[in-house]
Design a protein around this ligand. Structure first.
Ligand code: B1M
Length: 213
């Protein structure tokens, strides 16, 4: 199996917004015994990043971006379904969402998929979620982690709101708060007092695994 070729085919399917081709790559990878999570991370996500870069440079336009995003979602869901039922060590419960005012949820979806396939129970509360909702859900379900994703510089501040609410309610330290998203940095995490900054989904998995070593 030529894994690099498979990654390239996956990336191309996203770049061309070709849902059939994308799902075919997933089937092919499964038939060949390839790591589907690796395919999501290194193949499909690379394609999404490429589309994002081209959008940033004005080479592709909003409708194409939306089509590519839709294909990306289909693929993430297909891979997640295939990974369901694979037995693994349990690694806690995370409330995960995209912050208020922010519709970007592809990265969050990938984080959810990867964490789930690594034994973390993830309750995905969706996008444009109020900071209070993250905390309320964590309290209601007895979560271990609160994970928030922000893709806009204007919505990152909502991650601070989550820390503020925890502080106000005397819950600071009860949950490990994990922040991520393209404009988010370690510096930002330190500034707002989040427990951890994870650059991407793989780092989020590594971080949580490190807590169980
Ligand atoms: Co928008 N968008 N967008 N967008 N969009 C960006 C983010 C932008 C950088 C594009 C640009 O201008 N170059 C820019 C933000 C500028 C800024 O604030 N710095 C931008 C803008 C401006 C906007 C709008 C305002 C555009 C407009 O309407 N004028 C609008 C905002 C609407 C809103 O939210 N209120 C908007 C809308 C959209 C679409 C709807 C078209 C679509 C989103 C579709 C969807 O998500 N359902 C979209 C997209 C697709 C993008 C880009 C092109 C790609 C984002 C993406 O999915 N990347 C993006 C450009 C870019 O990022 N280069 C852009 C792929 C994904 C796998 O990566 O999300 O970074 P990412 O997730 C990674 C890591 O960040 C990390 O792990 C993930 C995977 O490994 N991570 C975490 C993420 N969350 C994490 C949480 C964790 C840990 C790690 O722990 C909890």
């Amino acid at each position: 199996m030529d894994i690099e070729k498979l990654y390239q085919e996956a990336a191309d399917a996203i770049i061309e917004s070709d849902e059939d081709a994308a799902l075919e790559v997933v089937q092919k990878a499964e038939a060949e015994g390839a790591d589907l999570v690796g395919l999501l991370q290194n193949g499909f996500s690379a394609g999404m990043r490429e589309v994002g870069d081209r959008f940033g440079m004005g080479e592709v336009f909003l409708p194409e971006l939306i089509f590519a995003s839709e294909v990306m979602k289909q693929v993430s869901e297909a891979i997640e379904t295939k990974m369901d039922g694979v037995a693994m060590q349990k690694r806690g419960l995370m409330i995960l969402g995209t912050v208020e005012g922010d519709v970007h949820d592809i990265g969050k979806g990938i984080v959810a998929s990867l964490l789930k396939t690594n034994g973390v129970d993830v309750v995905d509360i969706g996008r444009e979620m109020a900071a209070e909702e993250f905390v309320n859900k964590a309290e209601e379900l007895g979560a271990d982690y609160i994970g928030s994703s922000a893709l806009l510089t204007t919505t990152m501040t909502e991650q601070q709101r989550i820390e503020d609410i925890l502080e106000e309610r005397g819950l600071k330290g009860k949950y490990k708060t994990i922040v991520g998203g393209a404009p988010v940095t370690q510096r930002w995490a330190d500034k707002i007092g989040a427990t951890a900054y994870c650059e991407d989904a793989a780092v989020a998995v590594k971080y949580i695994n490190s807590l169980y070593e």
